[in-house]
Ligand binder design. Sequence first.
Ligand SMILES: O=C(O)CCC(=O)C(=O)O
Length: 263
Amino acid sequence: MRTTYREATVDSVVAGLEADGYVVVEGVLSADEVAATRADLQSVLASTPTGRNDFEGFATQRVYALFAKTRAFDGPATDPLLLGVLDRVLGPHQLSAPVGIQIGPGEKAQVLHRDDSIYPLPTPHGEVVLNTMWPFDDFTSENGATRLVPGSHRDHAAPHESGTVVAEMPAGSAMFYLGSLWHGGGANRTDRPRLGVILEYAAAWLRPQENHVLAVPRDVVATLPKRLQELLGYNIYPPFVGYVDGHHPRRCLQRAEPGDPPA
Ligand SMILES: O=C(O)CCC(=O)C(=O)O
């Protein structure tokens, strides 16, 4: 399904995810926001190595620990449409893998995979992962746009390459896709890199892919909005999974002031 940010609702995005496993929402970020984020990411990419294996891509750069390196995704990660869809699809949730992905010229297509296959859960199971891809170049079939297998969230057998569609979309879009949907990065047959960022979320009772509590310095997290702090691990899964010394982990971000209740 394809829609616009102006028209999209939580209901329409959830319905599209149930039907196809993915939804492209165009016009989430303005041209100015795309340009500013791109510039910020380029300075991070200047010192980011290329991948170490076929999955990362030997001609692809990946920016891990994203929230330690840029403030450009504080807003997108807590976008109200996104949080509403996450509540419906996953229930209590957290950031799992926020990663910048710049696919360089000459990169081969990535193997098709499901993002939730890293968790050893019996299949079928309810959705435990929801991913979003944010393009900062127009994604085309030539420059490495993500390939998806529509409907494959209902069929856990590995699909054939011939079932893929290419998620062409303009910079400033956000593509939602279920963790159970088969997909992979595309081959870049152009002479320019393709820049996108994934903000991947998981159910709050799972271990996130990246350990944000170690990846993002605590004094940085202390300056962020409360919802983002929670998404970065300073939260509990009710009733108390994730406590610290018997208390809510939010307390670790609070500086002790005279008169504070004892920890
Ligand atoms: O870069 C892309 O288009 C998708 C990458 C991906 O699916 C992954 O690395 O898990």
